[in-house]
Design a protein around this ligand. Structure first.
Ligand SMILES: [Zn+2]
Length: 341
């Protein structure tokens, strides 16, 4: 039998992880206890099973409902900083060398401070913890296309202010597609002018046309999900030609009913076609699977060999926000992982 290396030590990036859906479970439960909030494991259900089944979310509203409980627990900026630090520790233990969570300061502002102040505290906590754990941490300053149109310009100004100082990309997120991205085109243009790449959620509930819209209207160079691009082979060729990276989240896609099961996930097809595909957890707190677990899926469900796993993880080298030093470190660590049997 061919020896298998650990997916936990596989050096990797984690670049599609929503901060508030990714905090370690224990850190959330500890915070609830400290704050005297009656929150049990029962209130934080792990639903990584297929959508609509007993092991999965009943519908997206149940998911969004649960999701909102965690930001509501955070009573001050110290609580928030503590959760950010716990997240970085969790990711370091998964072999992550570059972490780029999606941050939404608007979930805490104005309750805990201004958008700028919340962002500053989050970036500082992530950066300090990254230094302690040997993980480079960037962040996607994220506008929610379902809700944030009124404050999108303000969020963009914060992204621009912290560009290169913790913020490594401007992003849009949202479950509803088409997202009407034209409304956010001027924000994306301002972010790009400040040197920030644009990363857009698209091609999750919407088809390849929505991915095309994100590229054409926002100038996105990375797509969160994008899995439905696979429905149009010509469009897949465009993704390859333009070097667009898809930050996919296989377990999340099953949990939210985007694909019927892991075996049917299009990531292996997209990877084989030459698309840059990174594997991500999306919301580990709610789907119960880490970034490393996504590589276990690649190995056990898609039949990837260790060298194929390393090639997959190697797509992480294409993430623009990463420093040259981390890029070099990731490349060397991937080669070392393959040599070490
Ligand atoms: Zn997402």
């Amino acid at each position: 039998m061919v020896p298998q290396r650990s997916v936990h030590t596989l050096p990797k990036v984690h670049v599609h992880a929503h901060l508030d859906g990714s905090y370690p479970r224990q850190a959330v439960l500890d915070l609830a206890r400290r704050r005297g909030v009656d929150l049990s494991e029962h209130d934080l259900p792990v639903r990584g099973g297929p959508f609509g089944t007993a092991q999965g979310w009943r519908d997206v509203w149940e998911f969004f409902d649960a999701y909102g409980k965690v930001p509501a627990l955070v009573a001050d900026l110290d609580d928030l900083a503590g959760l950010c630090r716990a997240l970085v520790a969790q990711e370091a233990a998964q072999g992550v060398v570059y972490l780029e969570p999606a941050i939404e300061p608007q979930l805490y502002a104005p309750r805990l401070g201004s958008l700028r102040e919340v962002t500053r505290v989050v970036l500082q906590a992530l950066g300090e913890a990254g230094g302690e754990h040997g993980v480079e941490v960037g962040s996607l300053l994220t506008v929610n296309t379902d809700q944030d149109e009124p404050i999108a310009a303000e969020l963009t100004a914060v992204a621009v202010e912290f560009a290169g100082a913790g913020v490594t990309a401007f992003a849009t997120a949202g479950f509803e597609e088409p997202s009407g991205l034209q409304r956010f085109a001027s924000c994306a243009a301002a972010a790009r002018a400040a040197g920030l790449p644009v990363v857009a959620h698209a091609g999750q509930t919407g088809g390849w046309e929505c991915v095309a819209e994100a590229i054409d209207v926002l100038g996105a160079t990375r797509i969160s999900h994008g899995v439905r691009s696979v429905e149009n082979p010509d469009f897949v060729r465009r993704l390859v030609a333009e070097g667009i990276v898809l930050d996919v989240a296989p377990v999340s896609n099953v949990a939210l009913g985007i694909v019927p099961d892991l075996a049917a996930h299009p990531a292996p097809l997209l990877h084989a076609a030459g698309v840059g595909v990174t594997l991500n957890a999306d919301d580990q707190l709610w789907f119960g699977r880490s970034v490393s677990d996504q590589y276990t899926v690649a190995r056990e469900v898609w039949g990837f060999s260790d060298s194929q796993l390393a090639a997959l993880a190697g797509h992480g080298l294409r993430i623009e926000g990463m420093s040259a030093a981390t890029r070099h470190r990731l490349g060397a660590a991937l080669a070392a992982w393959l040599e070490d049997v």
